[in-house]
Design a binder for this molecule. Structure first.
Ligand code: ADP
Length: 370
């Protein structure tokens, strides 16, 4: 028999809260989404109270899991700051925003503390979907790995998590002793995706605050260990969810992926503007599907009027990181869960991704010293 809203509410009514009333009476619950026995919702409290509510979140999750008919439960804690209140920071961790010049555009926006043990968090973003952002994020992560760095990949593309497909991972993350999720180790990377936890369709129906809290949880309730770089595959586009994400995740910088077509470039410009608005430095632009390399004869053709992203980057004064050809090999390896940098480490594509990774690493280092 399928589980009902009322059954979930009955279970949650037994969970105590710091306000001295049961969870169902505290006025903090989001809509409860139930699909096929999988239950998702968030608890929304003020940032100042968040710490006191962490145990409520896990109690709520346990209560829902214990309800008959429930296959899995994901409860997120959303801490929303009231205007004018002090930013909530974890003790002993310097907020990344502390490195930003005071008075710069976007300074003063609430920025979360960095993640202990994680050197730099970088976003891979695109103004629209289908430009090869996820493929680029994964191969860039592998390129950084080849440079000797310890690298993690967080698939935050909540609307269409493709990292499970691109990596061939279909297992669920285990929990460590302190009930934090352990990322899946594959190709020498530590990988986490919302797609490991829920069905793609379930993620699609999530709404703004739930999306944010799920991503916050994947950043902070995951045992990332020591990483030099954490690559975040962002949701495509420049809507509110993306803006909030760019603003909330403690990003060192952002890489924008674009195809050469004008339209994609217009979208890419929006992406640039979004990061500038929240004062995240743009590491540079990558032109994907830049030119067509004939697999038979090796002849290169600029099917999409190649070079648009390079010109645009120059015009905007943003570094141009490189061009990746449109190639069957990249598509086939990606879609088979064996990314090209891993499956053909000595091939021409891996060389291109590694060269781009080198530029990204250098930019991260120069941003760290500024
Ligand atoms: P996005 O994350 O922007 O939606 P994906 O990375 O999922 O895009 O890529 C969309 C499709 O394009 C996938 O089938 C992928 O294999 C293919 N693809 C991405 N980059 C290239 C490329 N350089 N050459 C050929 N196919 C590519």
């Amino acid at each position: 028999m399928s589980v009902t809203q009322q059954q979930i509410l009955d279970s949650l009514a037994k969970v105590a809260t710091p306000r001295g009333v049961p969870l169902t009476k505290a006025g903090v619950l989001s809509e409860i989404a139930i699909t096929d026995g999988k239950v998702y919702f968030s608890i929304n409290v003020d940032a100042a109270e968040a710490r006191a509510w962490e145990s409520v979140r896990s109690d709520a999750e346990a209560a829902v899991r214990g309800t008959s008919g429930v296959k899995s439960a994901l409860v997120a804690l959303t801490a929303e700051r009231q205007p004018g209140s002090a930013p909530a920071q974890r003790p002993g961790v310097a907020p990344v925003s502390a490195h930003r010049p005071a008075g710069a555009p976007g300074a003063g926006l609430p920025k979360q503390a960095g993640i202990p043990g994680v050197g730099a968090i970088i976003a891979v973003a695109s103004g629209k979907g289908g430009v090869g952002k996820s493929t680029t994020a994964l191969n860039l992560a592998l390129g950084l790995r080849d440079l000797g760095l310890k690298v993690g990949l967080l698939d935050a593309d909540i609307y269409g998590p493709s990292v499970p497909r691109l990596t061939g991972i279909n297992e669920k993350p285990q929990l460590d002793d302190s009930r934090r999720m352990i990322p899946i180790a594959r190709f020498g990377l530590s990988i986490m995706s919302i797609g490991f936890l829920v069905d793609e369709e379930a993620a699609m129906i999530w709404r703004g605050p739930m999306v944010m809290s799920a991503i916050t949880q994947m950043l902070r309730d995951v045992d990332w260990g020591k990483l030099d770089v954490l690559v975040v595959d962002m949701p495509p586009g420049t809507g509110d969810a993306q803006l909030t994400l760019a603003q909330t995740v403690p990003l060192k910088g952002a890489v924008i992926v674009s195809t050469p077509q004008d339209l994609a470039l217009i979208d890419a410009r929006r992406g640039l503007a979004m990061f500038t608005k929240v004062n995240v430095p743009v590491i540079g632009i990558i032109e994907n599907m830049s030119y067509f390399l004939c697999p038979e004869c090796g002849t290169r053709s600029d099917v999409f009027g190649h070079g648009g992203a390079r010109n645009e980057a120059e015009r905007l004064g943003v570094p141009f990181l490189g061009e990746i050809p449109l190639h069957m090999e990249i598509r086939a390896t990606s879609d088979a869960g064996r990314p090209v940098v891993e499956s053909e480490p000595n091939g021409p594509h891996a060389t291109i991704y590694r060269a781009i990774a080198g530029k990204v690493r250098d930019r991260i280092n120069s941003l760290a010293t500024n």
